[in-house]
Design a protein around this ligand. Structure first.
Ligand code: NAG
Ligand code: NAG
Ligand code: NAG
Ligand code: NAG
Ligand code: NAG
Ligand code: NAG
Length: 669
């Protein structure tokens, strides 16, 4: 069914038939009385207008030189010789190629790689020129394979991004998309193409349809609105699933499913569905939908959140225990959902969290050279190996190995979208097009055409999140107001414009406004933060400073478990601890050390010993048992020291591949 299949261990789902019969009785808002789409709070810029600079550019080069930029050459799910030769299974065609395309389009453009752009152009052309006469899109046209609507959505996302870069593709893509929407409309009315994945991921078709509505309505408004309403009505009622009454307040392994939707607690579905109520709001115009979207976000992170910014679901929602897993696919989907939520709702909490997920959870689960990725990452991860027993009730023994496609292949083809889409959503404009807003902080070169022919170029020079300082140079043809997001964790931040006096920040709704004259303006920002500790289960704590979460980097050795026959860099790696990690820490002794940053950060930055900032803390060894032979039990509460005190160093979580990051506490004095 899917490259990340559901497990049949979950409580039984209602039969699809029952589900559809029930849902079709829900009333559907008719297109006649709809009033169009509610406006966005912020508009995205076309792909390619925001380019990574400095270390972000280097990190994208690392991604491009790794698995993301090379898998089409050898990986069977996306190698063209395989899928064009028909030597693939149903699920490969259904979702692997569209997933890959969706991520490779922005990767190719932002890395300015002609070789990768050729791949995406070839794929787009192939799919469009082989569209079924009835409108079906996909490599599987004219096969007898069953049609599942949802796997077309990543293709549509990829095609839209290509149009943003090359408007000459507009007519071809928009025409093909409308043929497909018309077919989908009929299919939904005939109850076709609606498997459980389609029913749970309806918002990911609403968003491409909203792009058509906003940019190329061409007289199809009624068709789009009707199709959006039909799709939502046929789909999972996410507002109910996320509601206080039904939302699980702990791991779901041993609780029964109260609503009967079989994939409603599936981690990737939940990450994608974070944007469901915001997508629905654009059609309904109902404030309740926005309130529901906001409450769903908070509830998920309250009961399943991790100090790395993400939440835990090792297939299904997994609660707070530090050894339970977080799937890589859900990391990149939550990032994308958060960017969309920010653009619809404008609440800075979405942007704060997306930045934390990117700078911590994303790179923690991929090796420094980005050739090997995990399926599941753990906050406390003392080994990466074939684990038997393992702490994941619904995932396999190989889930936390760093490799080509441990446990399931989906994250290999889907992870590449995460980082490029973070970059392409890093700036937005206000809806009137008059102002530019920097949403995600880091080094960028951005070029925007604002209202009234105001061309603005922005260069942000910084090593953030490995430094607190920013030098932003703006060149504008006309005066305008520039905004920059000030994260909620900043304390005593300052700003100075054109070498003027240094002023305290005065953000409103998370944004600092700066009046910019025509010509060149220079802004210097300093965004310091205090060390914060986060309470975790059983009296343990996690350490944060600014956007970065800090962890003890367990020294490790490495064994190659497997190597791809065609691509020797694609290896499966086992990591084992080579030093003690059984530490309790004294939070009163935490001290931040910014280090001496080099002029250029090391490449790759997300690996042991590479980032400069660190936090020191007084620690002592304790008795902390392992479970099985491979994973650590919950942090002991109020443990006694078994050895003398020492000072240990914590480094950014994303650079650690084995780690302790939820510590028991003790008092050193
Ligand atoms: C649109 O019509 C439907 C069905 O008659 C009704 O339930 C809904 O409240 C109407 N919505 C608006 C915004 O008028
Ligand atoms: C077809 O797939 C099988 C299984 O993955 C593989 O062994 C074989 O080499 C493939 N054949 C071609 C022509 O790609
Ligand atoms: C599918 O089959 C029909 C009927 O044989 C044919 O006209 C059409 O070109 C085929 N489409 C593709 C994409 O092969
Ligand atoms: C918000 O969610 C609640 C369920 O918690 C639901 O009753 C309500 O209808 C939702 N609001 C909208 C506009 O869908
Ligand atoms: C707290 O510790 C107990 C005993 O070790 C353990 O069973 C439980 O899972 C822990 N709770 C969490 C949320 O980690
Ligand atoms: C890794 O280190 C551990 C602990 O010293 C040792 O037991 C193990 O044999 C080592 N593995 C390799 C592959 O070196």
């Amino acid at each position: 069914m899917s490259l990340c299949p559901s497990s049949n261990l979950l409580p039984p789902m209602k039969s699809l038939f029952t589900l559809l019969t029930t849902l079709y009785s829900v009333s559907v808002v008719s297109a006649q009385n709809a009033t169009g789409l509610a406006p966005l709070k912020f508009r995205s810029l076309p792909l390619g207008k925001i380019m990574p600079a400095g270390w972000l550019k280097d990190q994208l080069t690392v991604q491009t030189n790794g698995l993301a930029g090379h898998q089409h050459e050898f990986y069977r799910y996306v190698s063209q010789t395989n899928w064009l030769g028909g030597n693939v299974t149903y699920s490969d065609l259904q979702e692997a190629a569209p997933y890959w395309f969706n991520g490779l389009v922005p990767n190719a453009v932002l890395a300015n790689s002609d070789a990768l752009k050729k791949q995406t152009s070839y794929f787009l052309d192939y799919v469009l020129s082989h569209q079924g006469t009835d409108g079906w899109l996909g490599p599987e046209v004219n096969t007898t394979l069953p049609r599942i609507l949802w796997a077309r959505y990543p293709f549509l996302y990829g095609a839209i991004q290509m149009v943003e870069v090359d408007p000459s593709l507009t007519d071809r893509v928009v025409t093909a998309a409308y043929k497909f929407v018309k077919l989908a409309n009929t299919m939904i009315k005939n109850k076709q193409g609606l498997d459980d994945w389609t029913n749970s991921r309806w918002h990911d078709f609403l968003i491409p349809m909203q792009w058509l509505y906003d940019n190329h309505p061409n007289g199809n408004e009624a068709l789009l609105l009707e199709t959006m309403n039909l799709l939502k009505a046929a789909g999972y009622p996410w507002d109910k699933i996320f509601s206080d009454q039904y939302f699980p307040k702990g791991p779901v392994d041993h609780i029964s499913n109260p609503l009967g939707y079989g994939l409603m607690w599936h981690g990737v579905n939940v990450a994608m569905a974070l944007k469901s109520s915001a997508a629905a709001y654009r059609v309904s115009h109902s404030q309740t939908d926005l309130d529901n979207a906001s409450a769903a976000w908070d509830r998920l992170f309250q009961y399943h959140g991790r100090p790395s910014g993400i939440f835990a679901a090792d297939e299904y929602l997994a609660g707070l225990d530090a050894v339970r897993g977080t799937e890589l696919c859900l990391v990149v989907e939550a990032m994308f959902s958060g960017s969309y939520l920010y653009q619809v709702i404008g609440n800075p909490k979405y942007a704060d969290r997306v930045e934390r997920i990117t700078y911590n959870a994303l790179f923690a689960t991929i090796t420094g050279n980005m050739w090997s990725r995990q399926y599941l990452q753990q906050q406390n991860q003392i080994a990466s190996k074939n684990m038997s027993p393992n702490p994941f009730p619904n995932d396999g023994a190989y889930s936390n190995v760093f490799g080509l496609d441990p446990n399931y292949p989906c994250c290999t083809v889907n992870f590449p979208q995460g980082f490029p889409k973070f970059i392409s959503n890093a700036f937005v404009t206000t809806p009137d097009g008059a102002s530019l807003v920097q949403v995600y902080l880091g080094p960028f070169n951005t070029n925007a055409n604002l209202q009234n022919g105001n061309n603005v170029q922005v260069t942000v020079d910084t090593q953030y999140p490995f430094s607190d300082t920013f030098k932003t140079t703006l060149t504008a043809s006309k005066a305008f107001t520039y905004y920059v997001r000030i994260p909620s964790w900043v304390t005593k931040g300052t700003i100075s414009v054109n070498s003027g006096t240094t002023q305290p920040l005065s953000p409103s709704n998370g944004l600092q406004a700066v009046k910019v004259a025509s010509g060149t303006t220079q802004i210097v920002l300093n965004l310091p933060a205090d060390i914060k500790t986060e309470q975790r289960p059983n009296g343990s704590i996690a350490v944060q400073r600014g956007p970065l979460h800090y962890a003890f980097d367990i020294p490790r050795n490495q064994t190659i478990l497997a190597q791809n026959a065609q691509q020797p860099l694609a290896v499966d790696l086992q990591f084992g601890a080579t030093a003690s990690w059984q530490y309790a820490i004294d939070p009163s002794t935490l001290r931040f050390d910014a280090g001496k940053p080099p002029a250029t950060l090391p490449s790759p930055i997300y690996d042991s010993g590479k980032p400069t900032p660190s936090i020191s803390v007084t620690a002592c060894l304790i008795s902390w048992p392992i479970a099985g032979d491979t994973f650590v039990s919950s942090p002991p509460t109020s443990p006694a020291c078994t050895g003398s005190k020492s000072t240990i160093k914590l480094i950014p979580y994303g650079a650690t591949k084995l780690r302790i990051s939820e510590f028991p506490v003790f008092k050193s004095t």
